[in-house]
Design a protein around this ligand. Structure first.
Ligand SMILES: N[C@@H]1[C@@H](O)[C@H](O)[C@@H](COP(=O)(O)O)O[C@@H]1O
Length: 242
């Protein structure tokens, strides 16, 4: 594991964006696994800046997002499709047809999960998977449980997860109850994992995930088994590592 702590968010975002753009510069056909949430917003801004400076193109790249809410219309401002359009896809030259996100409105969610896994399999391997971290140790929407799923699946969101994400909605009852998420098996198959964590409220969980027991009670702890894990923390999230 390679763990870096940053005293400024700007430097953290530049570093994370630099890892992703560097990968696409050397391998224009890179397959990227992307994440949503508050954490990667600044990192996407830096990627867009690099694209505008003409130093990187995503014309030949492919992306797979980790997850999507079930039941939110695709154009709902809080759908992860809308998030990705607003923060990244609408600002770079990534072909729309290669920017994949699970369809949270599919009539048959189980079939949609299989379709998503087949698409990932066709792409062979995700070269880099970007991850944030939930307060309860979730990655994507893989919530703590007695067992975890390997492939894409439908998940009932825990109340604490819905509460954490309620800040993006007008009220708690508008927060979806279910989501489709890539499984931990798919996440761990990525060639490289880039975990980004910010904020004092995540200091304990990121420390537990990376130094505590490997357990399905903390899905992010499985990242300890990955041979190429890079972790970027701000100084608040990294407090317990110093
Ligand atoms: N499904 C997403 C995750 O992919 C994200 O990493 C996490 C943390 O989000 P944030 O960065 O907003 O704290 O929770 C969300 O529920």
């Amino acid at each position: 594991m390679n763990l870096l702590t940053f005293d400024s968010h700007d430097k953290l975002h530049e570093s994370g964006a630099g890892i992703i753009t560097g990968l696409v510069q050397t391998n224009p056909r890179a397959v990227l696994g992307l994440a949503t949430g508050g954490t990667p917003v600044g990192l996407y801004e830096e990627i867009v800046k690099s694209y505008r400076r003409g130093v990187v193109s995503f014309r030949e790249a492919t992306t797979f997002n980790l997850d999507e809410y079930v039941g939110l219309p695709e154009d709902h401002p809080e759908s992860y499709r809308s998030y990705m359009n607003a923060h990244l896809f609408h600002h770079i030259d990534l072909p729309r047809g290669r920017a994949h996100i699970p369809d949270g409105n599919a009539a048959d969610p189980a079939a949609e999960c299989l379709r998503y896994d087949e698409l990932i399999a066709e792409a062979k391997q995700i070269d880099l998977q970007l991850l944030g971290l939930g307060h309860n140790g979730h990655i994507g929407f893989n919530e703590p449980d007695h067992a975890l799923n390997s492939g894409t699946h439908i998940v009932k969101l825990r109340e604490e997860t819905r509460r954490a994400n309620a800040r993006f909605f007008d009220s708690m009852d508008q927060v979806p109850t279910h989501a489709l998420t890539m499984g931990v098996g798919t996440i761990l198959k990525a060639k490289m994992i880039l975990l980004v964590v910010k904020g004092a409220d995540k200091a304990e969980i990121v420390h537990r995930a990376l130094t505590g027991p490997i357990t399905t009670d903390c899905p992010a702890s499985l990242l300890q088994t990955h041979p190429h894990l890079v972790v970027l923390l701000d100084s608040e999230a990294g407090r317990l590592f110093q």
